[in-house]
Design a protein around this ligand. Structure first.
Ligand code: SAH
Ligand code: SF4
Ligand code: F3S
Length: 481
């Protein structure tokens, strides 16, 4: 279905073939079109990019907004806009359902504003049956593209402006990664940085490897350059992004060879970078070398997101996770020994095919022993095309009953863990004025816990010491000292 509906450009000789020059060409072309439309309508054009799913998608959305802004759109949070782009997720069925539900609403907006362009991109679009359904039943959608060609937004939009019908561009794999395009960061003081793309792990329940493609590590020098330039730009905290950062470096050419521990160490040494965090760490290959680097550098955040998925060795095997209950607990032991204060968070799936009450009790046991600061708990969701979809499913009522029991436990241990810093003074990176009470500002400890305290907007982007007066469940109320 490659570019199937895109006709050649009117003046092909003028279009550069290399990137990023090609995209800058289309950005200029689109800018002229947007300007003309603005003159016609006598008002600025607005664009709204909505993100579903994980940090990877959030970062892609910053790139999409950067391109839209460069084209001349004003970015807005309101969906009553001239262009609405949904960056979709498909990790669980309900992520999918949500998008279909909201498309009906977008259609009603488009009836009122015939200039409106509706675009869909992201992980859901990498599924053939989704695109087929959209082509058939959602003809009002103007633009569809996937996860491998985010950088091409300007080029694709140009074809929409040329009124070429529904423009569909889905690539089956990443052919080219173009990083040198504008981005619109949500926060001026912190930023996500992709260090790798895709995933090779094929956990048996997970659709991500099918929609994000094969694992690919970025050149370490490029990553370091990007972070140095972010720091020069005022960024104080970076979050390194990848589906499994611990396998960073596999497949790099020999002269660039680098492990995640080495990369992290070089990043931690960057002058002026106050905080570095990363997501996600697969327990199967978190090295002792990495633990040592984390313990050595105070600007590496004292937080690890270490998805457990299940506490049962039997289920972990069926999940193709490649660690056991005991090896997970031993790993946590080594991490806590090196960094006693560290906060651990996790993801857990309840009701994976074949999960028995005994298997579930193993998960409860790990939660009681590890004491996570917080845990994202999910009901298993059957994803077609994954091996687990063909295994014997757990009945829904059994799943839900287990889910409720697990949730009660993780909330209890989470509250107790979060509260362990009460009475201490710790550094908070201030992120925003509190949404409910404007006399307060809201920020985060380096372990990622949220803190609210009296303060004003000028503190945003600063790191200030705050006394943690009282823990209220999963956040603190504090006082600046
Ligand atoms: N790469 C990360 C996870 C990315 S997906 C890792 O390996 O840890 C985020 C979380 O969604 C997963 O950790 C898992 O808990 C959950 N998840 C993925 N597929 C799922 C499915 N089919 N049903 C329910 N939860 C799922
Ligand atoms: Fe999915 Fe497993 Fe890859 Fe995480 S590591 S994205 S859970 S396949
Ligand atoms: Fe969802 Fe894609 Fe992330 S499926 S969880 S947005 S990689």
């Amino acid at each position: 279905m490659l570019n199937s509906e895109i006709r050649e450009n009117k003046n092909p000789g003028a279009v550069p073939e290399t990137e990023p020059e090609r995209q800058y060409y289309f950005i200029r072309e689109c800018r002229n079109i947007v300007k003309r439309k603005e003159e016609e309508l006598g008002r600025p054009l607005t664009a709204c990019c909505v993100t579903f799913g994980c940090q990877m998608n959030a970062r892609d959305s910053e790139k999409l907004r950067g391109i839209l802004e460069e084209i001349g759109y004003r970015n807005t949070d309101k969906e009553e806009a001239d262009l609405v782009l949904y960056n979709t997720c498909t990790v669980r069925e309900n992520a999918n359902t949500k998008v279909y539900g909201r498309l009906g609403y977008l259609h009603s907006l488009k009836d009122k504003n015939p200039h409106m362009i509706i675009g869909l991109c992201g992980c859901m679009m990498q599924e053939q049956q989704v695109v087929d359904r959209l082509r058939k039943s959602f003809r009002f959608v103007d633009l569809i593209f996937g996860t491998h060609n985010v950088y091409k937004l300007a080029e694709l939009l140009y074809h929409v402006f040329e009124d070429q019908g529904m423009v569909v561009d889905i690539l089956q794999k990443t052919e080219q990664v173009v990083e040198e395009l504008p981005t619109d960061r949500k926060y001026f003081f912190k930023s996500g940085v992709n260090i790798m793309y895709g995933c090779n792990n094929f956990c048996s329940y997970c659709i991500v490897p099918y929609v994000r493609g094969r694992e690919h590590s970025r050149d370490p020098e490029e990553i370091l350059c990007e972070i140095r330039s972010l720091v020069r730009d005022g960024v104080r905290e970076v979050m390194l992004l990848g589906q499994n950062v611990n396998s960073y470096g596999k497949g790099l050419p020999e002269d660039k060879s680098c492990s995640f521990a080495r990369l992290l160490e070089q990043i931690a040494q960057i002058e002026g970078l106050d905080r570095v965090r990363f997501m996600t760490s697969h327990p199967k290959d978190l090295s002792d070398d990495l633990i040592a680097v984390m313990a050595k550098y105070p600007n590496i955040c004292r937080h690890l997101h270490l998805p457990l998925q299940s506490g049962s060795t039997e289920i972990l095997k069926k999940m193709n996770r490649r660690y056991t209950k005991d090896s997970y607990l031993a790993l946590v032991g080594r991490i806590r020994e090196a960094m006693p204060d560290i906060s651990l968070t996790t993801d857990i799936i309840v009701g994976f095919p074949g999960e028995t009450e005994e298997d579930f009790q193993e998960t409860m046991d790990v939660v009681r022993r590890v004491l996570f600061d917080s845990a994202f708990t999910f009901l298993y969701s059957r994803r077609s095309g994954t091996p687990a979809a063909d295994m014997e499913q757990v009945p829904e009522n059994v799943m839900k009953d287990r889910f409720d029991r697990l949730l009660a436990l993780v909330q209890k241990t989470g509250r107790e863990q979060t509260a362990r810093f009460e009475g201490r003074t710790m550094d908070v990176l201030v992120e925003q004025v509190n949404e409910h009470d404007t006399s307060l500002v809201t920020g985060r400890l380096d372990n990622n816990t949220v803190v609210h305290f009296p303060g004003t907007a000028d503190l945003i982007g600063q790191i200030v010491p705050v006394h943690l007066d009282v823990c209220q469940g999963f956040y603190y109320m504090g006082t600046r000292v």
